[in-house]
Every structure is written in C-alpha cells, then in structure tokens.
Design a protein around this ligand. Structure first.
Ligand code: RBV
Length: 453
C-alpha cells in the first residue's frame, strides 16, 4: 500500500490546516524576497510542467518556499528531512494546495521516514530540493532509472553539500546539483546567525535555564560554530571551542575563546553544543569526565555527534525529566541531560521553530532562484523573458545572458554569483537600504591589472 499524505494521517486535518495556515501566513508576511519571486513566478509560470520533489524541515518558512514554487506552476511532493522537525499543522496546510502533496509528519520512526521519501520520489521528479541529501542519495541508490528525467537539484545544508561533494569526487553524482549552502547569502546569515540564535533559543526554551555565568563548549568552529560561540558569549557565557582544523582553532583563539581538546573541555562545560557535521564528537571518555547536570545539545544536521549508545551503556537510569530532555544517570550519581534526543536542537526540540524567518527568506530566496536557473538553462524563451523582467526589476540582467544550454552538467555546482547578488539586491530594496554603485572609471580601474602606484 502506498504511503498516505498527512491529511489522511491526522484525526482533525481541517483544524490542523487552519492553524498551519496561520503560521505560514505569519512567516510569509516577513519574507520579502520570496514575495518578490512569487510575484515574478505567478506572472511567468516558469515551472509549468516541472515536478519538484522536496525533502526539508516542513515548517512555516519551508511552506512559504514550497508555495512560491507552486505559484510558478510546479507540481510538488514534499517529505521531512528529519524525523522530528515537521510541524503537522503546516504539513496539512500545504497538503491542501492542489499542486502540493505533503507526506511529512512529526515523530516518524525508522523505515517510515524513508517511506515518506519514497512517496515523494513516486512523483518522478524533474527537480529535487534537498536538505541533507537523503533524496539525491535515495534516487541514485534505489531509482537510477529516474536520473535521466531530472534536470537538476538544489542542496540546502553544509552536511548535504559535503555528502554531494564526496559523491561527485567518486564520479557517482549523475545530475547537476547547486550547492545553495555555500553562497554568501545563505552561509553568512543562516549558518552564522540562524544556527547561533535558534540553537541557543531552543536550549533555553527547552530547559528554562540561563546561559549567563555558565561555560558553553562549542564543538566545531565552522560557520555554525562561529555563530553559536558569538551568541553564547553575547549571553554572558564563558565559551570554550574545540576544533580539529588548525586555522579554525587559531581563529577561535584570536576571537578570545578558550581552545582545548574535548578531553579537557568535557570536565569544564555546563552546556555542550556540537556543530561539527561529524560523528562521535562526544563519547564515553568525555561523559565520564562531565559535571553533574551538564546539558548536551546537537545542532549538526545528523544525530551522530553525541554518541548516545555509549551514554546509554554508561547510564544506570534513563528518564525524561522535561519535555525534550532525557536524563542519563551514571553509576556514580551524575546526571547528564540530552536535549531533543541528540537531533538538531533548533528544529527537533518540542518547541522548536527552526531558524528566524529573515534568514530563511534569504536561504530560500537562493533556493528559488536556483530552481528557476535549472529551468532557464533548458529554455531559451524563458531565459529571455526572465532577462527582461530582471532588467525592469533591478535595472540589469548580467546573469541570464551568461547561461547556455550545456552550462550545468552532472555534478556539484557553485551557485552563479549573480544569482546571489540578485537575492541580496531584492532584500536591500525591501529593507529600504540604498547603496553606492561603481562609476565606469571605478569599474575599469578594478578590471585593469596595469594600474599600480
Ligand atoms: N533550517 N531550516 C529551518 N525551516 O526553520 N531552520 C534551519 C527552518 C535549515 C538550515 O538552512 C540548515 O542548513 C539546515 O536546516 C540543516 O538541516
């Protein structure tokens, strides 16, 4: 039997839809980039005939992206990209759209998670939009026959891009995918500010405890770790950073944080936040050294950073002490508290809302223009109409003229910088911020290597 959409899984789909609609409307009302793109898509209908498969955190901002793509004429099927991050009411509201089928439900266990992804793949997509790479991976592993019909995909997050890069290096990635995560408009805002704010907000909401005066150990000083460390320091915590990369370790040191191995940090921390994208960052030897009452949270994409199997082995007692907080009591009477089952705390916690709306508007703005770009690369007519529209809207069209039919072959692709600039320009306009423009002389000067002293 095929896996049912959310509306067929809920007792009161009508009530859920109404509440989900309220949440989506609030988020959409604060997403000016998506609003501008939606207007363009409604007019040009660039996605007519396209089938888009999505696996993402199904909550209000993601719903706004999904509806924006549907407004451009796409038929869409969506599933979650984490067993705990779906908001069922939002999922139900999306499912009510005649061009969208949502299979996402919170709390799916084991195989059910992949059943929903399989249901999405049944759409026989022409485009995939992923957060973490499960969709691309599953299509390549289980449905290689679909690859020829796929014009391309977009990947939202660091972990997914990392996975796709490894696939690409092995020659295993068989269609083009844009590394949305790596753009300045995504990475420097979503990863830094988004993860920093939402991870700390959710730790605070889940525990009702303060950061002030505590020692927060941040494992991993990439873009996400940088954000978590900065915001924790901003809430009066002492911050310790652990790293494996010498330059990042040095950067954290120069930022004023203490840097040390996890072996030493384990005994000092009151709160631990893992943001490495790797597995086994906190393990048995660390649990053995931790203080009574330590809080452990993960903000990396997968739930592999805190080794819960080893913690369970150590624990004499395990009980849920608060919604979203599992207490592991060791033989020597220390209580270690794991938040959101070691899944990414900013989305999987009981009260989690994900990143703030503004940063997701930017990330999803990049997603939307990347989907548009994949389609435009296959259609000269659409490209011309988009170029005209862009000239009207922004007074330029540098991006589209550069795109040719064969621009994007199989493999991982950087997002063209002009697309990212387009998203930034729309956002600045929405904020009412005007900036300077280069004069012709300045542009010539920057391009001419002959100039010197
Ligand atoms: N993320 N999505 C949300 N929809 O509320 N919050 C964070 C949301 C994305 C973010 O872009 C990050 O790269 C990814 O989740 C990690 O899975």
């Amino acid at each position: 039997m095929s896996y049912p959409p959310i509306s067929e899984q809920l007792d009161d789909p009508e009530g859920a839809r109404e509440e989900g609609r309220r949440k989506i409307d609030w988020a959409s009302g604060h997403m000016p980039i998506l609003a501008a793109l939606r207007e363009e898509f409604e007019e040009l209908r660039p996605f007519e005939g396209q089938r888009i498969a999505m696996a993402m955190h199904v909550e209000a901002k993601t719903a706004a992206l999904t509806e924006t793509l549907a407004a451009g004429g796409a038929e869409i099927a969506i599933a979650g990209c984490n067993p705990l991050s779906t908001h069922d009411d939002v999922s139900a509201a999306l499912d009510a759209n005649e061009n969208i089928t949502s299979y996402a439900r919170r709390g799916v266990e084991g195989e059910e998670y992949y059943d929903a992804i399989e249901a999405v793949i049944d759409l026989r997509p022409t485009i995939t939009v992923d957060d973490g790479g499960d969709l691309v991976f599953r299509i390549h592993e289980e449905h290689p026959d679909l690859v020829d019909g796929i014009i391309g995909g977009c990947e939202e997050t660091t972990t997914g891009v990392h996975r796709l890069r490894a696939m690409d290096e092995d020659g295993a990635l068989r269609y083009p995918v844009f590394a949305v995560n790596d753009t300045p408009m995504k990475r420097l805002f979503d990863n830094v500010h988004g993860t920093g704010e939402s991870a700390l907000a959710n730790i605070a909401l889940t525990t009702n405890l303060s950061f002030a005066g505590k020692t927060v150990v941040v494992a991993g000083y990439g873009d996400c770790g940088r954000g978590v460390a900065k915001k924790a320091a901003g809430q009066n915590a002492r911050v310790i950073v652990t790293e494996v990369e010498p330059r990042r370790a040095l950067e954290a040191h120069m930022e004023g944080y203490e840097v040390m191995p996890m072996r030493e940090a384990a005994a000092k921390g009151d709160v631990f936040v893992t943001v490495t994208g790797n597995r086994d960052v906190i393990t048995r030897e660390h649990f053995e050294a931790m203080k009574d009452g330590a809080l452990l949270a993960n903000a990396g994409h997968f739930d592999v950073e805190v080794n819960l199997d080893e913690l369970s082995d150590l624990a004499a007692n395990v009980r849920e002490v608060r919604d979203g907080v599992m207490e592991y009591e060791t033989d020597d009477g220390r209580r270690l508290n794991v938040l959101a089952a070691g899944r990414l705390v900013n989305l999987a916690g009981p009260l989690a809302l994900g990143h703030p709306v503004e940063v997701m508007d930017q990330s999803f703005g990049v997603q939307a223009v990347c989907v548009r770009e994949l389609v435009a690369a296959h259609s000269g007519g659409l490209r011309d109409r988009l170029a005209e529209r862009l000239r009207e809207r922004l007074g330029r069209s540098d991006r589209l003229e550069a795109v040719g039919e064969d621009t994007y072959g199989p493999g991982l692709h950087e997002v063209p910088d002009a697309l990212d600039r387009e998203v930034a320009t729309v956002k600045l306009a929405a904020e009412g911020i005007d900036i300077d423009a280069l004069t012709d002389e300045q542009a010539d000067y920057m391009d001419d290597w002959r100039h010197g002293t």
